[in-house]
Design a protein around this ligand. Structure first.
Ligand SMILES: [Zn+2]
Length: 207
């Protein structure tokens, strides 16, 4: 079982009855203070929809990916590229989205591609920095697979930066985390980086 990815964040574990309604009133207060009047909807509807969406996205989801024992033939560098994800930035609670590229050298366990995709998306359901997400994925995969080495590269567009005009649509922030032999062994690291196509890192190979 992958631990709750929100460890360390100051989020109450137990929701009390009426808390969601309180949150909706808070959003309505926020909109009022900002003199923001959502066009085409009632403020109450906007507040209710936002709270419901965030509440669902940030709800801890137990996740236990299926693993299989890795044999000798599996002990080579494996890379899964262009895993699409959406997360929330902890600075503004606005989406950042893009692609994660995950390489690992199994140390005891292997994982199928759909399960690895689920692992990345599990960690993405959080309010966090992109650097934190990148490290969470790397350490999670290392722990799960007892991997000899893990390399994670994440490229993403941040809507908060787009709204501030600092990041144009299409511009991406790239972060990486290398653990074990992918950090310590120059040849293994070079192999990992050579497999990562720059085009795929920046666009997920979709454009
Ligand atoms: Zn932000």
């Amino acid at each position: 079982m992958i631990p709750d990815s929100r460890q360390g964040l100051d989020i109450p574990g137990q929701r009390q009855p009426g808390d969601l309604k309180k949150a909706e009133l808070g959003v309505r207060d926020l909109l009022q203070v900002l003199d923001a009047r959502p066009a085409g909807a009632q403020t109450a509807e906007t507040a209710e929809a936002l709270v419901a969406l965030l509440s669902d996205f940030l709800k801890p989801q137990p996740f236990a990916p299926a693993l299989s024992p890795s044999g000798e033939q599996d002990e080579c560098l494996t890379l899964v590229q262009s895993i699409q994800f959406t997360s929330l930035c902890s600075c503004h609670l606005l989406p950042f989205f893009g692609f994660a590229h995950v390489g690992y050298i199994p140390g005891g366990w292997s994982i199928d591609v759909p399960e690895l995709v689920g692992t990345v998306r599990h960690f993405a359901r959080n309010a966090q920095t992109q650097e934190y997400l990148t490290g969470q994925i790397a350490r999670g995969v290392e722990e799960m697979l007892h991997a000899g080495g893990v390399g994670v590269v994440v490229s993403a567009t941040h809507l908060c930066a787009c709204l501030r005009g600092e990041q144009s649509a299409g511009a991406e922030l790239v972060t990486s985390c290398l653990l074990g032999s992918l950090r310590s062994d120059p040849r293994t690291r070079a192999e990992f980086l050579s497999l990562l196509d720059e085009h795929d890192v920046r666009s997920g190979g979709r454009s």
